[in-house]
Write a protein that binds this ligand. Structure first.
Ligand code: DON
Length: 614
């Protein structure tokens, strides 16, 4: 069972307690029904990007969304008509005026922004004039998608507002006069009254805020409600205009996009991080919740959320830099090649990249890449721990890699599919440069070093030219010449092509194989739905399959021929024959198996040691 994060809950509880000391402000009653709210109600809710809500106080009390709907409906209309479609209908300049100011451009009639009533009625009017009778259903389903539950209109508040909303009625007719609204303004106004009367809780608002914090995807339901582009625009307008004539001070003190409503709600967003909502119906002179403003200021300050106070650790973009000699591939190599790579491997640098690639981190990464390229013969960029990249950074990175390659430095990148932008940009480098995994990249660099391909790596080729024989190498050294001949005569050969599966995980193990030619990849089955993982590449002189054969266990891994290959194989029946006719040879062969296992263990131990080191 996972424990409840009590420390998080308690720290929000402490903020709630602190804000309870604040008793200023009065409940709005210019819409008579709003005056029914209990002034003592106070709730704080914070929702994470995983959709988990921390709640303190009256977070399940229903109240009407009021002006908070303005920011959200602006998002809906942006999606329907596009920023271009709204041009001339509503601007995005802060007005510094009260929410109900009769503020229209004297010449064009365009309201300053969609957060004041004039701009909100103009925006909702676009919805009505574009969608017609379906508008209310569309609006409710949109707000419900943001909250992750079905929302409804509070009829009493709606009627109260409709019957007393003379000032808004005047504004809507002025909008009609200026042709901002092109049809009868009454249905648009009615839709505006209805959107303000949608009943919500602080928890609902918090989930809506978390949806905006997550680029428009509801973190609980996983449904996309707004595009990332629209979400960014909505947050920008909230940032500059969301708190009316308090917006400047709010941004100065709290530094978060937010929107308040006269119902007592405040919705604030820490983009990319969390959604915040408060409910307390005591309002200040600007129509913002007194406790809500204080609570958001405290949350922002205590948890370092202010957008203007961000200080991400740019240096951490390079998680580790190390050279190839300290991180060999999983390819089994001869003692001679291993020694060679220990010396040559120092010329290859691996940069393990992590986190988010934006301008600042990408600039730092590129600087490190250039340093490494100047000092080495080859560089591998490992993007395995990279979580996001913007378009501009992806382009810069691609251009820099191409430039390094053009200078003759050998470069490989792996895990270029760690995020969408990286995939988009780096795949154009082609399979010459892009490797699936770090192990692939390491192996390719090692092979290039051993073949003397990298500039001045200065080594003669070591590739095996003739097929491995039983008489060769270390593995069968404990066999006498006669015993080798006996084993050799018993074995049957098997020719393989690249991609051929020789044994499959789960199958019965009834043969063992000696590699005479070619490379063979050993793949462990991946965890559910993930691809199989290559855990080793075996080379001539190595064996596989003996454990299954000796202990009657099913195969634990799949072996695939990576190149043209030649195998010598011995079946269980051959071994029994050997044991009966040549017991000493059979015993000596067992010793060879033990040696082969210890070689594999050496490879595995080296990999395990690296897990700690990197
Ligand atoms: O237009 C009105 O009067 C209300 N329905 C909404 C006003 C509102 O919430 C202002 N916010 N602080």
């Amino acid at each position: 069972m996972t424990g409840f994060p009590l420390a998080v809950q308690n720290s929000i509880g402490a903020i709630h307690e602190l804000c309870c000391e604040e008793n200023g402000g009065t409940v709005a009653d210019y819409i008579p029904e709003l005056g029914m709210a209990d002034p003592a109600d106070f709730g704080i809710c914070i929702t994470t990007r995983e959709g988990f809500s921390y709640e303190v106080g009256d977070t399940r009390v229903e109240f009407t969304i009021q002006s908070i709907s303005k920011a959200l409906v602006y998002g809906l209309v942006l999606e329907l008509k596009g920023a271009q479609g709204l041009s001339g209908k509503v601007n995005v300049e802060p007005s510094g005026e009260a929410f109900n100011a009769i503020s229209l451009d004297p010449v064009t009639g365009t309201p300053k922004n969609p957060m004041i009533n004039a701009g909100a009625i103009a925006t909702t009017g676009q919805l009505w004039e574009f969608v017609g009778e379906e508008s209310e259903a569309r609006l409710l389903s949109f707000l419900s998608g943001l909250a992750g539950r079905e929302l409804t209109i509070d009829p009493a508040v709606y009627e109260s507002e409709r019957d007393t909303g003379h000032r808004n009625r005047a504004i809507s007719h002025l909008l009609r006069y200026f042709d901002i609204l092109q049809l009868d303004p009454e249905p648009s106004l009615d839709l505006y009254f209805r959107q303000c009367s949608v009943s919500v809780t602080a928890r609902d608002l918090s989930m809506m805020a978390a949806t905006l914090a997550s680029g428009g995807v509801n973190p609980d339901s996983g449904a996309r409600v707004l595009t990332p582009e629209t979400t960014t625009k909505v947050l920008a307008v909230m940032g500059t205009c969301g708190m009316y004539d308090y917006s400047g001070r709010w941004l100065y003190d709290v530094g978060l996009p937010a929107k308040s409503g006269v119902g007592g709600g405040v919705l604030a967003v820490a983009p990319g991080r969390i959604g915040i909502a408060t409910y307390s119906p005591r309002l200040d002179a600007q129509g913002n919740s007194v406790r809500g403003v204080k609570a958001c200021a405290e949350i922002s300050a205590r948890f370092g959320l202010n957008l203007f106070r961000q200080n991400p650790p740019i240096n951490s973009v390079v998680r580790a830099i190390y050279s190839l000699d300290s991180r060999p591939s999983r390819k089994a190599r001869s003692v001679q090649d291993r020694d060679a790579l220990e010396a040559l491997g120092k010329q290859i640098q691996i940069l393990h990249v992590q986190g988010v690639l934006d301008f600042a981190t990408t600039e730092r990464l590129i600087t490190k890449l250039l340093q490494c390229a100047a000092e080495s013969k080859g560089v591998i960029l490992d993007f395995r721990s990279c979580v996001d990249c913007d378009t501009g950074s992806g382009q810069m990175l691609l251009a820099q890699i191409e430039s390094v390659l053009s200078r003759g430095v050998s470069m490989l990148v792996c895990h270029a599919d760690a995020c969408d932008e990286l995939r988009t940009h780096l795949t154009s480098l082609g399979s010459e440069v892009v490797c699936e995994s770090l192990d692939d990249a390491l192996e390719r660099m090692e092979d290039s070093l051993l073949r003397g391909e990298l500039a001045e790596s200065g080594r003669e080729t070591s590739t095996q030219v003739s097929d491995y024989q039983f008489t060769d190498g270390e593995l069968f050294r404990s066999l006498t010449a006669a015993q080798k001949e006996t084993v050799s005569n018993l074995s049957k050969s098997m020719v393989t092509q690249p991609g051929d599966t020789v044994v499959t995980a789960g199958d019965a193990g009834d043969e063992f194989f000696v590699i005479a030619r070619g490379d063979f990849g050993v793949y462990a089955p991946g965890r559910a739905s993930s691809k199989p993982i290559r855990i080793a590449t075996l080379t001539p002189g190595m064996t596989f399959g003996e454990a299954g054969l000796l202990f009657g266990e099913p195969r634990t891994a799949t072996v695939i021929s990576e190149t043209d290959g030649l195998l010598m194989r011995l079946s269980e029946a051959d071994l029994c024959d050997l044991r009966d006719k040549h017991p000493q040879t059979a015993f000596a062969l067992m010793k060879c198996f033990v040696f082969s296992q210890s070689e594999k263990l050496r490879l595995t131990n080296a990999q395990v040691a690296l897990l700690d080191a990197l």
